[in-house]
Design a protein around this ligand. Structure first.
Ligand SMILES: CC(C)(COP(=O)(O)OP(=O)(O)OC[C@H]1O[C@@H](n2cnc3c(N)ncnc32)[C@H](O)[C@@H]1OP(=O)(O)O)[C@@H](O)C(=O)NCCC(=O)NCCS
Length: 435
């Protein structure tokens, strides 16, 4: 665990947050490490917030064991009949976000809930503002999250920076025209797959803007190897091994029989991890050639999948795109200098931030090792771009061009094409899971 991650997890609460919550007659605390009872109550609130039922002891123990690394914030109401179950929850931890040509420390946020009895009184606003201030003050250049609803986080400066595509493929219609992969596909146990996945994911995620490191406990949950796993038996795991014996890919999937027409059964790809193009081709070809499967579904794919060019009939795929990885810059110089730029240029950014965390005027000198200086006034003679912190967060990751945002009225600049050349990225951002 990095120093920043550890310092952040145990950092005191923001004073303004505490005062604002107390002014509402509520209390805000950090759930103490090792406090099983408080963690159980906190989990009760999270489950209720996400429409889940009460957790049983196995689930509580698994949650306690797998989330110790998270900073867990609870808002409680001393006037409530069950005062130890929080009326709001908020979790965060130190992660690493991949950008074009680099990585940046990121404060990852999850488990955000406000009880239906306390909603729309500004509790989330207070928590988010206070926790972002704490993350920024400790040195996180960005914050990241995935959202239950798309309408919540824009007001806090988050941008949907990496979109996700869901594919539903009519398998018999698709017809494979991709390359023949030289390696072999074999079934693995869930435990063996879970053991192989972390190292493989580390190879993959650093190459793909928008990805973060897999949060603790996620692999066990995904492979259903935890004590609280449900329907573990339905998961199938295959690996792709290259001719020289290297495990370069893994796929998890489950199948559902079609009782009326056995040969029209369906399969769902739960996760596919490919560190090489051959592994990618080998695994997708395998998935698209299973007997009895008429429909294959996969989610959290890139909006620019090579798979699109590996099937003869592109109309066999129905693709739905939606917002997925949200990114929010907290420190403009640190964030902008964490990625690489393929052209030399110098541009002035006038950044507005409604939360007052990262606004200012900044000069980016790109090319080679980028440099970013905060200045009081825009220097004369350089192109200027005026934009909000969400728009800056979106172009940082490379999922939308500044020219598109300019046409959408989301940023102002005299020369959108010049800015677009600067922020061009050769890799389409993607986040392959939820957190
Ligand atoms: C989403 C949720 C946390 C909001 O909490 P809240 O305390 O009611 O939010 P606030 O009162 O602080 O609202 C802050 C602002 O966000 C807006 N907002 C809150 N929830 C919203 C939603 N679901 N959709 C759109 N806007 C929302 C409010 O209108 C308010 O806007 P304003 O500041 O412009 O007036 C809460 O409704 C909830 O727990 N939902 C169910 C669980 C969930 O989906 N959590 C999010 C997980 S990513």
């Amino acid at each position: 665990m990095s120093d920043l991650t550890e310092t952040f997890r145990t950092a005191p609460l923001d004073d303004a947050l505490r005062q604002a919550v107390e002014a509402q007659g509520l209390a805000v605390t950090r759930v103490e490490d090792g406090d099983r009872e408080s963690t159980d109550r906190w989990l009760d609130a999270v489950s209720r917030g996400f429409l889940d039922g009460e957790r049983n002891d196995t689930q509580r123990q698994a949650f306690f064991d797998h989330t110790a690394y998270r900073r867990k914030i609870a808002v409680t109401d001393p006037g409530a009949p069950v005062p130890d179950v929080p009326v709001a929850t908020f979790a965060s931890w130190g992660a690493e976000l991949t950008l074009p040509g680099g990585v940046v420390p990121a404060c990852a946020i999850s488990s955000v809930t406000v009880a239906p009895t306390h909603r729309r009184r500004g509790v989330l606003r207070r928590l988010m503002t206070g926790e972002l201030r704490t993350a920024a003050s400790l040195g996180f250049p960005v914050a990241v999250l995935t959202a239950s609803e798309a309408g919540i986080y824009g007001r806090f400066g988050f941008a949907p920076a990496a979109a996700a595509a869901t594919w539903e493929i009519d398998v018999r219609r698709a017809r494979w025209i991709g390359p023949e992969a030289p390696g072999r596909i074999d079934f693995l146990t869930r435990e063996a797959g879970c053991a192989a996945a972390p190292a493989l994911h580390e190879r993959v995620r650093r190459e793909v803007p928008g990805e973060i490191d897999m949060p603790g406990g996620h692999w066990e949950r995904m492979f259903r190897t935890r004590a609280d796993a449900e329907k573990a038996e339905e998961l199938r795991v295959v690996q792709y091994r290259s001719p020289d014996g290297e495990v370069d890919g893994l796929a998890l999937y489950r199948v559902a029989e079609n009782d009326d027409d056995y040969a029209a059964s369906s399969a769902t790809v739960v996760y596919l991890l490919a560190a090489t193009d051959a592994a990618y081709a080998g695994l997708w070809r395998f998935l698209l050639s299973m007997d009895l499967i008429g429909t294959l579904t996969a989610s959290e794919l890139s909006v620019d999948e090579p798979l699109w060019w590996m099937i003869a009939d592109q109309r066999a795929a129905t693709i739905t795109v939606r917002d997925h990885q949200y990114v929010r810059v907290l420190d403009v110089p640190a964030a902008l200098s964490s990625r690489r730029y393929d052209v030399d240029d110098t541009i002035v950014f006038e950044v507005a931030d409604a939360l007052g965390i990262a606004d200012g005027v900044f000069v980016l000198s790109a090319g080679g090792e980028p440099g970013v200086d905060a200045v009081d006034e825009p220097p004369v003679g350089l192109p200027v771009v005026r934009l909000g912190i969400a728009e800056l967060s979106a172009i940082l990751v490379g999922g939308v061009s500044p020219a598109t945002l300019a046409r959408a009225g989301r940023l102002e600049t005299d020369d959108p094409a010049r800015l677009t050349r600067l922020f061009a990225s050769t890799a389409t951002p993607r986040l392959s899971f939820w957190y």
